[in-house]
Ligand binder design. Structure first.
Ligand code: FES
Length: 404
C-alpha cells in the first residue's frame, strides 16, 4: 500500500515538474505586473543616469553654464532649488560634486529634456573640481549623474509664498532655477533676490535674471555691491546684505510677522554674516532655509574652529568590516576628502553634511564639525556618528565606514 502511494506521488511530481517547465518556456519574458509604487519610486529616483554635455556658454567673465541631456532621453522630476551630484574621475581620483541645478524643472520634461549647472572659476578659493570642470568640460563629454537631491525648494506647507533670496557667488544658481519656473507659470511665489557681489564683474547670470524681471513682476533682482569705489548701477544697493536691507525688502516691515521666507545660499562667510542679521531681526527659525554649498573653502574661518590645527596632518585609521588601513588626514580637509585621496570608496552626495550618505562612526579621536555643516541627528551625535564630508580631524582618528 505504501509503495503504491509513493509511486503515485513520484509520478505526480514528475508531471508537475514537466508542466512547470512547459509553462515557463511559453511565458513572456516581460514582467506582467508592474508595481505602481515601485514604478513611481523608480521614476523619481532612477539611480545613476548617463548625460552628455550639449552646450557650454559663458555667463560672466568667470562663470560658464553647462547644458546636459540624458542619453536615454529621460530625466527625473525635480524641484527648483534641488541639486545634481556628478560622479567624477579626475586623474584617477574618484570623487563626486554637487551642483545646484540652475535650469527650470519644466525644461527637464518633454521631448528634449535637459538640465543646466553654472560653474564659477574665481581661481582664488575655487575648489579644484570646479576649476577642472571649468577648464576641461566641453560639448560631447559624457558623465554619470544622480538627481535630484536636496530640500532647498519652495514647499507650500512649510514656506511663505513671499521668498527673499539672500545669495552670494555661485549661490545665485538655485534662484535662477526658481525665477525661470515662476516666469513659466509653474511656480506660484513672489521672489526677491538680494545678490551680494564685490563688483559688477563678479555677477553671474545677470543678463538672464534681468530678462526674467522684465517679463514678470513676481521676480525682483537687486545687486548688493560691496567693493570700495565700485560704481553702482540703477537699482543697486551698496554694502553687504545687512539687516537694514533684509528689512527693507521683506514683505512686512517687521520680519517677526513671518510673512516672508528667507532662503540663503552662498559662501560660508556670507552664511555666518546673514545668520547674525536674521537673528538680530528675530526672524522665526521656521522661516529660514539655508543651502550649504559643499565644504567650506577655508575651515579656519568657521565659527569655533581651533585655528592652531589648520596645518597639521593626522593619522586616520579606517575600518571597513574586517579590513583596516591607516592613511593621512589633513586638518584643513574633511575626512571624506582624505578617504578619496587614499582611493577608499565611500558614498557622498551633498558634501556639506546634510544628506547623510557619508555617515560613519568615529571610534576614537577628536574632530570638528562646522555649525552650518552639522546635519547629524541628535542620536547620531550622542553615539559619535559623523558625516565624513563635514568632519575635520583635530587628532589621530579611528573611523568605521560602511561596507558598500
Ligand atoms: S555627503 Fe551628504 S552628508 Fe556627507
Amino acid at each position: 500500500m505504501k509503495i503504491k502511494s509513493f509511486l503515485k506521488d513520484v509520478g505526480g511530481a514528475s508531471r508537475v515538474t514537466k508542466l512547470r517547465g512547459q509553462t515557463l518556456n511559453n511565458a513572456s519574458s516581460k514582467n506582467l505586473y508592474i508595481d505602481p509604487i515601485n514604478a513611481t519610486a523608480k521614476a523619481l529616483h532612477p539611480g545613476p543616469i548617463e548625460v552628455v554635455c550639449t552646450k557650454v556658454e559663458e555667463v560672466s567673465p568667470t562663470a560658464k553654464k553647462y547644458t546636459f541631456a540624458p542619453t536615454n532621453g529621460v530625466l527625473p522630476i525635480f524641484e527648483a532649488g534641488q541639486y545634481v551630484s556628478f560622479d567624477l574621475d579626475i586623474d584617477g581620483t574618484k570623487t563626486t560634486r554637487p551642483y545646484s541645478i540652475c535650469s527650470a524643472p519644466y525644461q527637464a520634461q518633454g521631448e528634449n529634456p535637459f538640465f543646466e549647472v553654472t560653474i564659477r572659476n574665481g581661481k582664488k578659493g575655487t575648489g579644484y573640481v570646479s576649476i577642472w570642470f571649468y577648464e576641461n568640460v566641453k560639448e560631447g563629454d559624457k558623465f554619470i549623474v544622480n538627481l535630484p537631491f536636496g530640500h532647498f525648494n519652495y514647499e507650500e506647507l512649510r514656506d511663505s509664498n513671499n521668498i527673499l533670496a539672500l545669495a552670494g557667488g555661485s549661490g545665485i544658481t538655485p534662484f535662477y532655477s526658481m525665477a525661470q519656473e515662476i516666469a513659466n507659470g509653474t511656480l506660484d511665489v513672489n521672489l526677491t533676490i538680494l545678490y551680494g557681489s564685490v563688483s559688477h564683474k563678479d555677477i553671474i547670470l545677470e543678463k538672464e535674471l534681468k530678462e526674467i524681471t522684465s517679463k514678470t513682476d513676481k521676480v525682483k533682482f537687486i545687486n548688493v555691491i560691496s567693493g570700495e569705489g565700485e560704481e553702482l548701477q540703477e537699482g543697486d544697493e551698496k554694502g553687504f546684505i545687512s539687516r537694514e536691507l533684509i528689512k527693507k525688502y521683506s514683505v512686512e516691515s517687521d520680519p517677526t510677522n513671518a510673512k516672508t521666507s528667507y532662503f540663503v545660499c552662498g559662501p560660508l562667510v556670507m552664511y555666518q554674516f546673514v545668520e547674525k542679521e536674521l537673528k538680530a531681526l528675530n526672524v522665526p527659525l521656521r522661516r529660514i532655509r539655508m543651502e550649504v554649498f559643499g565644504a567650506p573653502r577655508d575651515i579656519s574661518q568657521a565659527e569655533g574652529y581651533p585655528k592652531e590645527n589648520i596645518n597639521k596632518v593626522f593619522k586616520l585609521t579606517v575600518r571597513r568590516g574586517i579590513d583596516e588601513v591607516v592613511i593621512d588626514a589633513k586638518a584643513c580637509e574633511p575626512l571624506a576628502v582624505a578617504l578619496e585621496r587614499a582611493g577608499i570608496k565611500n558614498r557622498t552626495r551633498c558634501r556639506s553634511g546634510e544628506c547623510g550618505f557619508c555617515r560613519s562612526k568615529v571610534v576614537s579621536g577628536e574632530f570638528f564639525v562646522p555649525k552650518v555643516g552639522d546635519g547629524r541627528r541628535a542620536a547620531d551625535k550622542r553615539f559619535n556618528y559623523v558625516h565624513a564630508c563635514s568632519t575635520y580631524p583635530l587628532s589621530d582618528i579611528v573611523l568605521e565606514i560602511p561596507i558598500l
